[in-house]
Design a protein around this ligand. Structure first.
Ligand code: AMP
Ligand code: MN
Ligand code: MN
Ligand code: MN
Length: 291
């Protein structure tokens, strides 16, 4: 069983259309795939519809997922929701709110960029985003395309990253609210990429304690390409806080060949896989009437 439970499509800041992402996963022998776009399930819904039409042969499970942006102690953190009910009304209401937060943030970012002498960033980012949720990588792509910098990484380093001029602070809902919305949609809240926040171990432990307190159930033991010592350390934390383990590439684009879809291998034998939790059941299929 090759699982990838954290991926992005064009519905958020990924490069591939949901179906293209699925085909790449299938080609890489993934048998359990979660599409976890930032703050939207539009890509998942599209892919689920296409797969339900039966044109793609695949002996695997598509997991309903999402990656929600949250606020914790002045920082943003990401909570992946897996096996969510996409029809949950608290969830869909929450996602509309996130879209609005992103729109408001984008306007504030545009003003900051204008002050820094860059015009047209909001319009440019909107055009690149199309119907996707508007995110910083769309601004980064605009800045690269308009010749302000050489690559997206530079755009984050100079304008968009933490503490830079277009960082307008964290406006996401609190961690507890985000975890709660996932639980109310019947899903499993998973702390995404715990090693990517650059927290001290003490601070990461505080985050884990708060996460568990409000109902968090798992952490991403393997995220993209990761050093073995990081995995070992996270496994100890998962054990200490009674968390199950997930894994995902956090795939965004084909250029990131070092963390391709389904490239993380397997969870260590000592980990409790997130798919063994009771809430990890495939969504019920319509039962054919026998009448
Ligand atoms: P947002 O959700 O709009 O705040 O954008 C966050 C996304 O930007 C992340 O999920 C990454 O895909 C991307 N990102 C964050 N930091 C960087 C960086 N330093 N370089 C390139 N992309 C980044
Ligand atoms: Mn992203
Ligand atoms: Mn993330
Ligand atoms: Mn992600």
């Amino acid at each position: 069983m090759n699982c990838d439970l954290h991926t992005h499509s064009r519905a958020s800041d990924g490069e591939l259309e949901p179906l293209e992402l699925f085909r790449r996963a299938k080609a890489n022998a993934v048998t359990r795939l979660a599409l976890t776009d930032h703050d939207t399930i539009d890509g998942y819904l599209e892919l689920d519809r296409l797969l339900s039409a039966g044109d793609e042969q695949w002996d695997g499970e598509l997991v309903a997922g999402v990656e929600l942006s949250a606020h914790w102690q002045g920082r943003s953190c990401h909570i992946v929701g897996l096996w969510i009910d996409p029809a949950s009304s608290p969830l869909t209401t929450f996602l509309s709110g996130q879209r609005q937060v992103r729109e408001d943030r984008a306007e504030a970012m545009d003003k900051r960029l204008q002050k820094a002498g860059i015009s047209g960033a909001l319009a440019g980012a909107r055009e690149l985003a199309g119907t996707a949720v508007l995110s910083r990588p769309h601004f980064a792509r605009y800045l690269v395309g308009a010749g302000h910098c050489a690559n997206e990484q530079q755009a984050f380093k100079r304008w968009l990253g933490r503490g830079k001029c277009a960082d307008i602070g964290c406006r996401w809902p609190p961690l507890a609210e985000v975890v709660d919305v996932i639980l109310s949609a019947g899903g499993i809240p998973v702390l995404a990429h715990p090693d990517k926040y650059s927290f001290t171990r003490t601070k990461l432990k505080q985050l884990l304690a708060d996460f568990v307190d409000c109902g968090g159930a798992a952490l991403e033991l393997l995220s993209g390409r990761q050093q073995a010592n990081v995995t070992a350390s996270l496994l100890r934390l998962a054990d200490e806080y009674g968390l199950a383990s997930s894994l995902g590439s956090d795939f965004h684009s084909c250029a990131q060949h070092w963390c391709d879809v389904g490239s993380m291998g397997e969870l260590p034998a000592a980990a409790v896989p997130v798919w063994t939790l009771p809430a990890a059941s495939p969504s019920p299929q319509p039962v054919a009437s026998s009448l």
